[in-house]
Design a binder for this molecule. Structure first.
Ligand SMILES: [Cu+2]
Length: 300
């Protein structure tokens, strides 16, 4: 009795493990083929391409979880099939009266605990990576409004500008619909960008899939996060908190450029946005109370 149980358990584990690995490889390949870099793509089945250390860690954690989940599901499926085939009324007319099996009971307690510990360790490592902001090379302050974003560069001339979605008429043919904006955020490649996110009216959420960033923009609160773009190019994100009727039309566009290009953009931007109002001081508590939920008149 013991031996066939351990035989089945061993072959199940082997079968489930290799099948899970195969499925993950397949999904990974399909994902890599269809995942866009910096923006969604047709038939995409996986995450958008990773372009920051945090996004890369999120992807590997996701793949690791996928192996565990698929293995567990397959193991349970195989066990169910074994039960149905070997122990149905026809195949096994006189059922055994066995009620306890110490080894199996210990195993089905210890193995799930080990699986949870194995998940917890990389999960906490990822959380620390996201929340422990390294020494920043530059800071961008981001304010969500109904329904656009505004950006400030406090340590690069303290200019500020609004970023609004381009309509179909304004858009160039190579710019993606519902994602392209008039004023893009520009950051240098390879530099740690600290983002400070808040809101001028209701709750928004600043989300950039390729950078592994998603953080709420709350009136009266300054949330911090960071990213370090590992490659140059255009990256798009969207507001990810239902914030009103034009929630779907306040995209985020970040252009990652070389350090020299960034320096010349800063000089241009200082002149271009010089006429904009001086950056407000960090949100005060009184403003927050006045702004929370009721300030629907987004002034521009
Ligand atoms: Cu929003």
């Amino acid at each position: 009795m013991q031996s066939w149980i351990s035989n089945i358990a061993r072959s199940c584990a082997r079968y489930a493990g290799s099948l899970a690995a195969g499925i993950v490889l397949l999904l990974g390949a399909a994902g890599a083929a269809f995942a866009g870099m910096g923006q969604p793509s047709d038939w995409q089945v996986n995450f958008q391409g990773a372009a920051s250390p945090v996004a890369e860690s999120i992807h590997s954690f996701h793949n690791f979880l996928l192996v565990i989940i698929i293995s567990v599901v397959l193991l349970v499926l195989v066990l169910l099939i074994v039960v149905m085939v070997r122990f149905n009324e026809k195949a096994n007319p006189v059922p055994s009266k066995t009620t306890h099996h110490t080894l199996i009971e210990v195993l089905w307690t210890v193995v799930p605990v080990l699986i949870l510990v194995a998940i917890a360790i990389p999960s906490f490592r990822l959380l620390f990576l996201e929340l422990n902001i390294p020494k920043a090379d530059l800071t961008v302050k981001i304010t969500g409004h109904q329904w656009y974003w505004s950006y400030e560069y406090p340590d690069n001339g303290a200019f500020t500008f609004d970023s609004l979605m381009l309509t179909d008429e304004e858009r160039k043919p190579d710019q993606p619909r519902l994602l392209a904006v008039d004023n893009e955020v520009v950051v240098p490649v390879g530099k740690v960008v600290r983002i400070q996110v808040t809101s001028g009216d209701v709750i928004h959420s600043f989300a950039m899939p390729s950078f592994g960033v998603k953080i709420d923009a709350l009136p009266g609160r300054l949330n911090e996060s960071w990213f370090q773009a590992t490659r140059e190019g255009m990256f798009y994100g969207q507001c990810s908190e239902l914030c009103g009727k034009d929630h779907a039309f306040m995209p985020i566009a970040i252009r990652v450029v070389s350090e020299q290009d960034f320096a010349s953009w800063i000089e241009e931007a200082k002149k271009k946005f010089a006429a904009n109002e001086a950056p407000r001081p960090t949100y005060a508590v009184n403003d927050a109370v006045a702004g929370a939920g009721i300030a629907l008149s987004a002034t521009r």
